[in-house]
Write a protein that binds this ligand. Structure first.
Ligand code: KG4
Ligand code: ZN
Length: 339
């Protein structure tokens, strides 16, 4: 099928045209980063307004770039949740309007399901596999037995990994969004300079906690006489990143081993992190696991990622009703049962 996919759960307005859940013909992303940067984080009301301004333009551009007309589209996949409800409603409303006007089937997709299945746009990854979903709102380990079949093995008990990156960047005065800035500085610093804690690393379960590392960074900053700059800032970024990455890598590998899973997919915005990509790849190689990272453009928020699940569900005959509502929170392991 030729699908139009629409994503507006946070601060990117995105639309994509994807053929057969596989071939990405266009993947347009309009970022609102500039709007939110001055507030140091996403302002939900502003996000909704900016989505409204951008959504039709982004959809038109996605169709144009793909070289297709709305008449060619055979179905719609749209993020139903989780996310900012006002932001979600913009994409969902547009998708429903198109579905109604053109009498097309529509399916609401879980945002994290989209992130995880983005890996399948690039290559085959056989089920079952372990998925580490690391974004601004999620740090979850899932066992994935098929599309729609997700079992949560562990999750963060406080901040998400991306949230920790953003908060640490903010307290270091690096601006928003902070993950990219820390990644850039970390590449220049010494990861062993400061020994930040590795929370829950040795706990038997697969949960994570990142707020303690963030507090340690804050305490470190408070202990300094003046502003942290230059090499000291690079070392701090590298040491913070090393702590987060070590916990993510080791717990993921342990979960894969315990579940007897050979394949690991790392997904979500934090999967762009170069330290995570490098260390997870090395550790997986050492332990005989195959690891898959989508390319960075498919890791951060985009609409193409929704088309894998969208294609699967629509092909299976699922069609959501036009009174479908957005879900601000929506556990992924219940997404399948809601279908
Ligand atoms: O998946 P995503 O684009 O949006 C959500 O669903 O939340 O993830 C955004 C998160 C932000 O917290 C951002 O700082 C983080 O991903 N991020 C990174 C990097 N690029 C984006 N974190 C660490 N290193 C990066 N290179
Ligand atoms: Zn996301």
């Amino acid at each position: 099928m030729l699908l139009l996919a629409i994503e507006s759960s946070c601060d990117e307005t995105a639309a994509a045209v994807v053929r057969d859940g596989r071939q990405v013909l266009s993947n347009i992303i309009a970022s609102q980063v500039d709007v939110h940067a001055r507030y140091g984080g996403v302002v939900p009301e502003l996000a909704s307004r900016k989505h409204l301004e951008a959504i039709s333009v982004v959809v038109d551009e996605a169709l144009e770039k793909a070289g297709v007309e709305l008449d060619d589209i055979e179905g719609l996949a749209v993020t139903r949740g989780p996310g900012l409800v006002g932001a979600l409603l913009v994409g969902l409303s547009l998708a429903k309007a198109v579905a109604f006007a053109r009498d097309l089937p529509l399916v609401g997709v879980h945002h994290i399901e989209g992130h995880i299945l983005a890996a399948l746009l690039e290559r085959e990854v056989a089920f079952p596999f372990l998925a580490l979903a690391v974004s601004g709102g999620h740090t979850h380990l899932y066992r994935v037995d098929g599309i729609g079949r997700y079992q949560t093995l562990g999750r963060t008990v406080d901040d998400a990994a991306g949230e920790a990156f953003d908060k640490v960047a903010k307290l270091l005065g690096l601006g928003y969004p902070g993950g990219v800035q820390i990644d850039r500085l970390a590449a220049l610093g010494n990861p062993k300079a400061i020994d930040f804690p590795r929370p829950m690393l040795h706990k038997k379960n697969f949960n994570f906690s990142f707020s303690g590392i963030k507090t340690s960074v804050l305490n470190h900053v408070k202990r300094q006489d003046g502003p942290i700059e230059g090499e000291a800032l690079q070392d701090l970024a590298a040491s913070f990143q090393a702590a987060v990455v070590e916990v993510l890598c080791k717990k993921t590998l342990r979960a894969a081993e315990e579940e007897g899973l050979k394949r690991i997919v790392v997904a979500g915005g934090v999967a762009c992190n170069s330290g995570l990509r490098r260390d997870m790849t090395a550790l997986c190689q050492e332990r005989g696991k195959d690891v898959f990272f989508p390319p960075p453009i498919l890791c951060s928020d985009n609409a193409a990622m929704l088309a894998v699940a969208g294609e699967h569900y629509l092909a299976a005959g699922r069609c959501d009703p036009l009174d479908l509502n957005a879900l601000a929170s929506w556990p992924l392991d219940r997404a399948g049962t809601l279908l």
